[in-house]
Write a protein that binds this ligand. Sequence first.
Ligand code: NAD
Length: 463
Amino acid sequence: MSTTKHDLVVIGAGPGGYVAAIRAAQLGLDVAVVERESALGGTCLRIGCIPSKALLESSERYWAARNEFAAHGVKMAGVKLDLTAMLKRKKRIVEDLTRGIEGLFRKNKITRYAGQGRLLGNGRIGVKAKDGMTELQAGVILIATGSTPAPLPGVELDGGHVGTSTDALSYATVPRHLVVIGAGYIGLELGSVWNRLGARVTVLEYLDRILPGMDAEIAAEAKKLFEKQGIKLRLKANVKSAGRKARQCVVEIEGQKRLTCDRVLVAVGRVPRTKDLGLEKVGIELDKKGYIPVREGFATSAKGVHAIGDVIGGAMLAHKAEEEGMAFAEQLVNGHGYVNYSTIPSVVYTHPEIASVGRTEEDLREAKTEYRKGVFPLRANGRALAMGATEGKVKVLAEARTDRILGVHVIGARAGDLIAEAVAAMNFGASAEDLARTCHAHPTLAESIREAALAVDDRSIHS
Ligand code: NAD
């Protein structure tokens, strides 16, 4: 068995791992990445963020052509869905992007090892591939293995009719009735896709609200809008079992009428991927929730072994993992590198989009923090009107005493892009007054961020 030595060996080429690898290589390290999938990019690029956004974009256009173009004076007859073409487009986008990462690896002289990576002991990693085992030696090892869909007791996945987001990204036909378990990010995004393409969609949520963790006022508004689009949302629905019986799927819900459907999508969260990593070989113990505990510099309890991304817990978001990847590499090489966890945005890419950064009103009330609130409805924004996208609002929360922005929550068209301004402002410790005094181009949706900041001081101009 041959042994090759690298300064840094990263296990997992998702947004955490590949970004850490590139940054470390930029900083002069000899870096290798071990990835067991044939395509680089991890869940996000292959079976998550990117393919779902491709389908969200395509399905939104189909929906708009059928339901919205006429209001713009564009008459279309015979609009038809070509699902095969839609899925092919999605596949091409994924291939382009994952190949793009290969190009970045070549550019940064990162060595790629194809196979399952496993810790063998201090500074030693085994890569198990079809054609045998390779052993690597590393000055530092970074675990960035991500997460997998959380299982739901009583629900047996069959990879087709009862499946996860991976399956729901590739249904070959539009389901007649899709039952989604979980009204979180995945349930609402993929539920939206298939609803727009013509499926009857029922979303079952265990809690008494959708999008737990998001600002409750914004989530309540989102619920109304999704229902208007035809998605059925059943709250307080505790799913006891789901499976296939006599050519249909049956979903049993505690204390409620059972549902029958032709597809079930299980989207009840994700769990860290730590199986078969050889953690026991270096003495790493998982915490109660199955995450790898880390301290400063993303160091685990094992010397020279670090971990970032979904596998260490916190928000399971690609951009959080990327931040950690960059901060890890910088801390490793030059001692700097920092993640501002209080300004990591979250975006749900439905229509309208829902985006959020910082504290929610519920958080602030619970912490007994005095705050002021400015809200601006998109129906009072000229650009939103011109676009025909007047649903939604912007909410800015600022500390009562200092006016410092504590949270910004947006529901509306392009909310995912709009939130970037709030993130930047909060990263610089801005006050609502700072945003209110910033000139925004007219007419843009971004003006509604400024208007909400003005509304904190009760001086919004347009509402
Ligand atoms: P989630 O945590 O966002 O939502 C899961 C939902 O399932 C919750 O509302 C929960 O209350 C509900 N639930 C749990 N058990 C249930 C049961 N027995 N019956 C009914 N409902 C139940 O998880 P997700 O949507 O699966 O997404 C997984 C992860 O992927 C999330 O952490 C998310 O951050 C990430 N993700 C992010 C994006 C994005 O950034 N746009 C998109 C997709 C996924």
